[in-house]
Design a protein around this ligand. Structure first.
Ligand code: KG4
Ligand code: ZN
Length: 335
């Protein structure tokens, strides 16, 4: 079955064609980062309008890349939530209208489920059940993935998401939006930091996270040191170390408590090399295996949406042509 996937939940417009027999046939991404950069964050209305403009030409490109005619598309998967309501509606309206015109089934995909399942596009992939740590700009959660559509949230952030913490500290240091990747670049220029930031929630049982206090600690430190490149690197390193250690330790506890030996690291922050390395080392110590999608499938992309949608469509899941989006959609209410 050949599925067209559409992602438009935030600031990336992406389109992919996935074939359940042949795998991923094409993948296109347009990043809106330059559009939002002047504002220091995503402007929802601009995002929604830009998705509308980009979708048609991107679909054209994806079809050319896979050497397919639009008639060859047998189903359409689009991100139905969670995300920015206008941005989601741009993709949903396009997807449902196209499905109507082509007379093919369509399905709304859960963005976080798609992040968790992005790893299934790789050669090395886990079988259910597995643990997943989902770390993105909007979410931080430890998930027990029991089966397709069945996810138990073991813990999540009580305030800021980990990507949000990276981005806000990056902004504070005068780094471009989104700050995560720039903070990581600065951090990687030195071996250790002279500063030590707190490891939030490690003294508490359970699997919840909190990154807002860490952001405040970083701000207070930045306010009392000169804004030099050396200090940028020192603070970036201290932040990255604190985030990595906190995520790794909480995840280690979940691995030990559940006895599961497969861990998936997913979401935009999973592109962070330090986190990948430290998480892989922890899983080796625990006698388990870490599965991580390639970096371009960690950040928002339509390949993961096409794959996830294909799993439901090939099982015959039927959805109406009503244009429905869910800006808030808990992962454990997927099924
Ligand atoms: O999953 P994603 O593309 O979008 C959301 O659904 O949120 O995640 C974007 C987040 C941003 O906060 C970005 O700064 C962060 O992922 N990010 C990184 C890195 N690459 C992306 N954070 C730290 N290190 C990176 N290398
Ligand atoms: Zn995402």
């Amino acid at each position: 079955m050949r599925i067209l996937g559409i992602e438009s939940s935030c600031d990336e417009t992406s389109v992919a064609v996935f074939d359940t027999e042949q795998g991923l046939l094409s993948h296109q991404i347009h990043s809106q980062i330059p559009l939002h950069q002047d504002y220091g964050g995503v402007v929802p209305e601009l995002a929604a309008r830009d998705h509308i403009q980009r979708l048609r030409p991107l679909i054209q490109l994806a079809l050319e890349q896979s050497q397919l005619d639009i008639q060859a598309i047998e189903g359409i998967a689009y991100t139905a939530g969670p995300g920015l309501v206008g941005a989601l509606l741009s993709g949903a309206t396009f997807a449902k209208s196209l499905a109507f015109a082509l007379e093919v089934p369509s399905i709304g995909v859960h963005h976080l489920e798609a992040h968790v399942l992005a790893v299934m596009l790789e050669k090395e992939k886990p079988d259910f059940p597995f643990l997943a740590l989902l770390v993105s700009g909007g979410h931080t959660m430890l998930v027990l993935a029991e089966a397709l559509g069945h996810y138990k949230i073991l813990g999540q952030t009580l305030d800021d998401a980990v990507g949000e913490c990276f981005d806000k500290v990056g902004k504070l240091m005068g780094l471009p939006y989104p700050g995560g990747v720039h903070v990581a670049r600065w951090a990687d220029t030195i071996k250790t930091s002279v500063y030590q930031l707190p490891r939030p929630m490690l003294d508490r049982a359970g699997y919840n996270f909190s990154f807002s206090g860490l952001k405040t600690s970083a701000r207070l430190l930045w306010q009392r040191i000169p804004a030099t490149d050396q200090n940028r690197a020192e603070l970036a390193k201290a932040l990255q170390e604190s985030i990595c250690e906190t995520l790794v330790e909480k995840t280690r506890r979940a691995v030990q408590a559940t006895g599961l030996h497969a861990l998936v690291l997913a979401g935009g922050v999973a592109a962070n090399q330090c986190l990948r390395q430290q998480m892989a080392a922890m899983m080796t110590e625990q006698g388990g295996v870490l599965y991580v999608p390639r970096s371009s499938f960690c950040t928002d992309n339509a390949a993961m949406v096409a794959y996830t949608g294909s799993q439901y469509l090939k099982r015959g899941k039927i959805e109406s042509l009503a244009i429905l989006v869910k800006p808030r959609w808990p992962l454990d209410q997927r099924a």
